[in-house]
Design a binder for this molecule. Structure first.
Ligand SMILES: O=P(O)(O)O[C@H]1O[C@H](CO)[C@@H](O)[C@H]1O
Ligand SMILES: Nc1nc2[nH]cnc2c(=O)[nH]1
Length: 315
């Protein structure tokens, strides 16, 4: 059977309508239903023989976080049946897993972005897989452009909230049929970046003598960067930095009952004056993220040690 026939058949069964009449997220969620995601998780489980408790998503240029894992093993996304591929420079497309400071961790060296052509539901499929693998908490990282003039290149910023026009305007990964086995239809997100975990992260930052900033992550869909007017709009509405990921991932993690903590590394300053030079360049962004990643790695490692000291964090 042709793949499009199969998709049509699945969608027809669920909605009694042809797939053309539905949004991409609704189609994705019908295709990647609970059973299919369970079979992806089972496929992984059978190969890794390992029960992760912490998930880490590595942002652009931040995949070396995985080298913190002592006995690191890998599984390629390309080997996992019906799993998407990473297509962006700085995203390897690998699950790395093993113990990090004695806690079982699975690390995504590579995420999926809506601008690659994936629906937001497909971009966040890994979060549902992580949930079924046993993950309780995710640490999301990203490279972001600094909007707030108080942020400098190389700063680490703990995300306290996000502002996402794509999420607010129907690019929401939860659109479509809901399966309560993952989470509820309507999801409260006012404490999406868990307040207690943020306090713990700040404590870690202090103890490591790091100047950890805190702020709001603004999401654009990309792949074009922001115009000056876009940037001013985000800045005036409370965003401190901007990027093309994270918010939809945090939303699905929260929906699935995973605790979320998220960090941005500021890789460039966003133009907020009309006659400013446009400095956004992805190769440069990846280069800066790699150069400045050491502090993020130290912080994540120490944070995981602290999580290990109280079993309630990973309940
Ligand atoms: O968010 P991550 O994946 O770190 O990457 C950021 O860097 C890329 C733009 O240069 C975009 O993908 C943006 O989201
Ligand atoms: N200006 C800008 N810089 C970035 N660095 C990482 N992501 C982004 C982005 O979306 N915009």
């Amino acid at each position: 059977m042709e793949n499009s026939d199969l998709i049509n058949q699945i969608v027809k069964k669920e909605f009694n309508l042809p797939a053309e009449l539905l949004s991409q997220d609704a189609i994705t969620n019908a295709y990647y239903n609970y059973d299919k995601i369970s079979s992806i998780a089972k496929w992984i489980e059978e190969r890794i023989h390992f029960k992760p408790r912490i998930g880490i998503i590595c942002g652009s240029g931040l995949s070396d976080i995985a080298y913190l894992i002592a006995d690191k093993q890998e599984i390629q996304y390309a080997d996992i049946p019906e799993f998407p591929r990473s297509t962006v420079h700085g995203h390897k497309g690998v699950f790395a897993y093993g113990n990090l400071n004695n806690l079982p961790v699975i690390c995504m060296q590579g995420r999926f972005h809506p601008y690659e052509g994936y629906s937001t539901a497909l971009c966040t499929l890994p979060l549902k897989v992580l949930k079924l693998l046993g993950v309780k908490l995710v640490i999301i990282t990203n490279a972001a452009g600094g909007l707030n003039p108080s942020l400098s290149v190389g700063d680490l910023m703990l995300i306290k909230d996000h502002f996402s026009l794509p999420l607010l305007s129907m690019q929401n990964p939860l659109v479509g049929h809901n399966d309560e086995r993952f989470g509820p239809r309507f999801v409260p997100v006012s404490n999406i970046y868990d307040k207690k975990l943020r306090a713990l992260m700040h404590k870690c930052g202090k103890e490591l003598n790091l100047d950890l900033k805190e702020g709001v992550y603004g999401t654009i869909s990309g792949p074009s960067y922001e115009t000056v007017t876009d940037s001013l709009f985000y800045l005036k509405n409370g965003a401190d930095c901007v990027g093309m990921s994270t918010s939809h991932e945090a939303t699905v993690a929260c929906y699935c009952g995973l605790k979320v903590v998220a960090l941005s590394i500021i890789t460039d300053k966003v133009a907020i004056e009309y006659d400013a030079e446009d400095g956004s360049d992805h190769n440069e962004i990846v280069k800066i993220a790699k150069l400045k990643a050491k502090d993020a790695e130290k912080l994540v490692s120490y944070f995981i040690t602290q999580l290990g000291m109280d079993s309630r964090w990973l309940e």
